[in-house]
Design a protein around this ligand. Structure first.
Ligand SMILES: Nc1nc2c(ncn2[C@@H]2O[C@H](COP(=O)(O)OP(=O)(O)O)[C@@H](O)[C@H]2O)c(=O)[nH]1
Ligand SMILES: [Mg+2]
Length: 296
């Protein structure tokens, strides 16, 4: 069983498996439509995305339950179509900002991403621009050691934009190709996260034209539709280019991935399926949908 398939077992068992089990070979009744709608909403697709999907299915004129089974997979998959993955090639230095609320899995995802990119022989450096807590800096340093990537950091409470400036200079001087920046994520206190992110963005753009090249928003998959609300706030603060959904291994709410594409109009690039450095997979619509239905 693949990591994807194993990681999605909770979502598969509680929801999509129930749809598959419910559908037999007879005609589709109104009750069936209602049941499917209810299950999709419970799977955290969100009302909006569920209704889009049901409309799409109904417009296909299917009458048999077994046809619905096939059509549902197709419609789910077509919700996930999006342009190319992460663009971090073809320039001297690419800068990736990683944003999201505390606890969503930013630092862990940065470690995993660095590891992935380094397996592809890219030279990766990390910047500890979540300077609010000493523990946050230490955690990134630990990941740096684990995967073998240098970490540029300053003292706790120092200016995050200055850390980014230093890290950019260091990356350029030492010939690193990709700089991944960890940022703070306190949405609910009265300090100004928007200002902080804007300053980081400005500093990186000043040192490297066009930077940041990617702004990845990390969303905790276990929070389902609540994560979507947070995402809307982040989208207002900064131009997010893509999403990493974490912790899908521990939740039946995997349906939220569909609303990231459909409601937020953002691509999911990676999915976190555990705490280890290898527990993050490149998002693939086909394998994702298949894993929601089939155990193999
Ligand atoms: N099971 C699981 N745990 C994760 C995943 N990603 C992160 N975590 C855990 O979530 C917690 C918070 O992660 P952290 O990276 O510190 O979040 P941050 O505050 O956004 O930097 C840690 O205990 C991580 O080990 C994942 O994909 N699966
Ligand atoms: Mg962190």
């Amino acid at each position: 069983m693949s990591l994807f398939n194993r990681g999605l077992s909770k979502t598969r068992k509680s929801f999509f498996g129930r749809i598959a089990a419910m559908l037999g070979s007879s005609e589709i009744t109104d009750e069936i439509w209602d049941d499917i709608e209810a299950i999709l909403i419970q799977a955290d697709l969100g009302v909006n995305t569920t209704l889009t999907l049901i409309d799409d299915l109904r417009s296909q004129g299917i009458t048999k339950q077994e046809e619905l089974q096939v059509a549902l997979r197709g419609s789910l998959q077509s919700l996930l179509q999006f342009p190319p993955p992460l663009d971090v090639s073809g320039r001297e230095l690419s800068i990736i900002l990683v944003v999201g609320v505390n606890g969503s899995g930013k630092t862990t995802s940065i470690g995993k991403l660095a590891h992935r990119l380094m397996l592809g022989r890219r030279k990766v450096m990390l910047a500890a621009a979540d300077t609010f807590r000493a523990a946050a800096i230490d955690q990134l340093k630990l990941w740096g050691e684990r995967v073998g990537a240098p970490v540029i950091a300053n003292k706790p409470n120092s200016d995050p934009a200055a850390v980014v400036y230093d890290a950019t200079a260091a990356a350029k001087a030492r010939g690193y190709e990709i700089l991944i920046v960890d940022t703070a994520g306190r949405l609910h206190t009265n300090y100004n996260l928007m200002e902080e992110l804007a300053k980081i963005r400005q500093v990186s753009g000043k040192v490297v034209p066009g930077a940041p090249h990617e702004v990845l928003l990390v969303l905790d998959g276990t929070t389902g539709q609540n994560a979507l609300q947070q995402a809307k706030k982040f989208k207002e603060m900064i131009d997010v280019t893509g999403v990493i959904v974490t912790k899908l291994d521990g939740t039946p709410k995997g349906g939220m991935v569909f609303s990231v594409f459909n409601d937020l109009q953002l691509p999911v690039h990676y999915v976190g399926l555990g705490e280890g450095m290898d527990d993050m997979v490149l998002f693939n619509p086909e394998i994702f949908v298949k894993s929601l239905f089939d155990e193999n």
